[in-house]
Design a protein around this ligand. Sequence first.
Ligand code: SF4
Length: 152
Amino acid sequence: MENILVSACLMGAPVRYNGKSLGLQPQDLDWLKQHFCIKTLCPEVAGGLPVPRAPAELTAHARVMDNTGVDCTDAFVRGAEQTLAFCRAHHIRVAILAEASPSCGSSVIYDGRFSGTKIAGQGVTTALLRRHGIQVFSQHNVAELKQCLRSP
Ligand code: SF4
């Protein structure tokens, strides 16, 4: 069975900045288990960041800043590189990553001003994986992945 990467927080691991997790719809999780071997990783933890940690956002200048003003770009880039290496080691071509995260977002991210506003964009890890040919979906568009698998 083909491997798939799923954000660790989407599989219930309490690794988010606030020490909490997210989840997948039960029917999506069931479908994934039937079609893939699920591998999990948190890019930010892989990059050396602690849990909990200050919330961070990607800014217009392509830097990742936390809400105390600390530039944590290096850790985010390290996490993205670790995630790419993990995907290569496990022959992963598809990922489902948590939407809106500065690492894992695939359609939207927060605007970098800690205003609660989302804008079109992608996280640091998602961008790197896509540059290397890995398809990235979010937990909100698993249906698109299903459609891709059905298409010849
Ligand atoms: Fe979840 Fe990705 Fe954030 Fe880790 S970096 S907590 S896997 S959204």
